[in-house]
Design a protein around this ligand. Structure first.
Ligand code: TMP
Length: 207
């Protein structure tokens, strides 16, 4: 089973993926938690380049190809082997993030991104995707608070520094994807207490 979590900055994906992983492990499931960008040694290096706030000159196509490079490595090295050995994979972001951030928000043709994904990464799609939804300004405030308190790396702020309009496009983009694939997506209102969101995530997955 391949489960992904998606959402804007500050939506609480990292917290909720941890809750979900603990819950599944307590129930005896063999599961791994991973993330994009990152998840492999090579991917962590790509992540550092992608999120470095000094890399303001990065053009959208460079950004897109780095996310795809990260994903090819991640799928080959971590996701496919784990799924083949019967593990549940919980992944913090996957191709939906590229469709929304690089496609809808940056303006790269979404069909091109889909084609590149299918031709280069393959046809691996999540069985279920949890979309943690909340207003962009609330998410951004949370994200900056985490950065200022040291709970999030302050070297990884290139996206948080984008204007609010960018984050609003990302949120709307995710909701649009979710509307197109209601059988795969579960939309959860993430503008609530962490434990209530946690319960809703478990319910959404019928756990
Ligand atoms: P995160 O680990 O805090 O979710 O940060 C990753 C950042 O990378 C986040 O701002 C979203 C962005 N991103 C993309 O723009 N495209 C992608 O394909 C992925 C996986 C992430």
């Amino acid at each position: 089973m391949f489960i992904t979590l998606e959402g804007i900055e500050g939506s609480g994906k990292t917290t909720q993926i941890l809750h979900l992983s603990n819950y599944l492990k307590n129930k005896g499931h063999d599961c791994i938690t991973t993330r994009e960008p990152g998840g492999t040694c090579i991917g962590e290096k790509i992540r550092a380049v992608l999120l470095d706030s000094n890399n303001k000159d990065m053009v959208p196509a460079t950004e897109l190809l780095l996310y795809i490079a990260d994903r090819i490595q991640h799928v080959a090295e971590i996701i496919r082997p784990a799924l083949s050995s019967g593990k549940t994979v919980l992944c913090d972001r996957y191709v939906d993030a590229t469709l929304v951030y690089q496609g809808i928000a940056r303006g790269i043709d979404v069909e091109l991104i889909t084609m590149l994904h299918e031709r280069i990464v393959g046809n691996l799609r999540p069985d279920m995707t949890i979309l943690l939804d909340l207003p962009a300004d609330t998410g951004l405030k949370r994200a900056w608070k985490q950065i200022h308190t040291g709970a999030r790396a302050n070297s990884e702020t290139r996206f948080e520094e984008e204007k609010i309009a960018f984050h609003e496009k990302v949120r709307a983009g995710y909701l649009e994807l979710a509307r197109k694939e209601p059988e795969r997506f579960r939309i959860i209102d993430a503008d609530r207490n962490e434990n209530i969101v946690r319960e809703d995530v478990l319910k959404a997955l019928s756990l």
